[in-house]
Design a protein around this ligand. Structure first.
Ligand SMILES: Nc1ncnc2c1ncn2[C@@H]1O[C@H](COP(=O)(O)OP(=O)(O)OP(=O)(O)O)[C@@H](O)[C@H]1O
Ligand SMILES: O=P(O)(O)OC[C@H]1O[C@H](OP(=O)(O)O)[C@H](O)[C@@H]1O
Length: 228
């Protein structure tokens, strides 16, 4: 369940800007139970592992009719500019994000890197219609996600730190001083008592190779589903 409006009135004044947002349990709620959660694939892993790139490349390789919905994230980060946009998220100011929380707009939400992330209910609505949904999620938020979506499949994407460092630098989305904190944010998957990820991809070669592993797993999921 999302917390009542009154629970978010004490948000820090910056509400989640890059300038420093402390932990705020009121913004890390477990979310409401999601119907069809077995068709939710949540991709987690450290910054620079290639989650977003992998999801996009692999999804684009599927015939249009077979493509799962890629849940658009709402983030308190300005929209990306330039020729290479890695993620077309909904850019919200911290104030706008808080207003959306108060309006119960999000099915899921979490904080990381001094930012707020939210997933609007509409982005997960395809699950209840029998469709698959992909979500670029958070390791830290997995326990809450599992409460809301107990049958969600979890895909861990990882890569060696040196490779991630080079990728963050090449991507250039954050200023260089922010890279160290991103690289050092090490979180176990699963959290202490949680189940193991359903698939672990080490994205240390080409993205196409990682996408091939994802394809093989995806096929096996569907083979199992049609045999059941
Ligand atoms: N296998 C790969 N080979 C070369 N470059 C890659 C590979 N995978 C990802 N990249 C590049 O690394 C950068 C980071 O990738 P991406 O943004 O997908 O990571 P992410 O895991 O979503 O990171 P974050 O959590 O910080 O958003 C991107 O510029 C992407 O093009
Ligand atoms: O470290 P953890 O909790 O796994 O994830 C933190 C968040 O950071 C990354 O987003 P981005 O780099 O802001 O796009 C992930 O996608 C996730 O939402």
């Amino acid at each position: 369940m999302n917390p009542p409006v009154s629970d978010v009135t004490d948000l820090p004044a910056d509400g989640g800007s890059h300038t420093g947002l402390g932990p705020d349990p009121a913004l890390d709620d477990p979310g409401a139970a999601l119907p069809g959660s077995a068709r939710l694939v949540v991709v987690v892993g450290p910054s620079g592992a290639g989650k977003d790139s992998l999801l996009r490349l692999w999804r684009a390789s599927l015939p249009a009719a077979q493509r799962p919905h890629l849940a658009r994230r709402s983030i308190t980060r300005p929209a990306e500019q330039g020729a290479q946009v890695h993620e077309a998220h909904e850019a919200l100011t911290p104030e706008q994000f808080v207003a959306q929380v108060r309006a119960d707009a999000f099915a899921l939400r979490w904080q990381a890197h001094g930012l707020h992330y939210g997933i609007r209910h509409a982005e997960l609505a395809p699950l209840a219609r029998g469709q698959w949904v992909l979500l670029n999620g958070s390791r830290a938020h997995l326990p809450q996600l599992r409460l809301a979506a107990p049958r969600a499949r979890v895909l861990l994407v990882d890569a060696p730190e040196a490779l991630r460092a080079a990728r963050l630098q090449a991507r250039g989305r954050e200023p260089a001083p922010a890279h160290a904190a991103r690289l050092q944010r090490q979180l176990p998957v699963p959290a202490a008592s949680g189940p193991a990820p359903d698939l672990h991809i080490v994205n240390d070669r080409s993205l196409a190779e990682a996408a091939a592993q994802l394809s093989a797993w995806w096929q096996s999921l569907h083979t199992m589903a049609s045999a059941a």
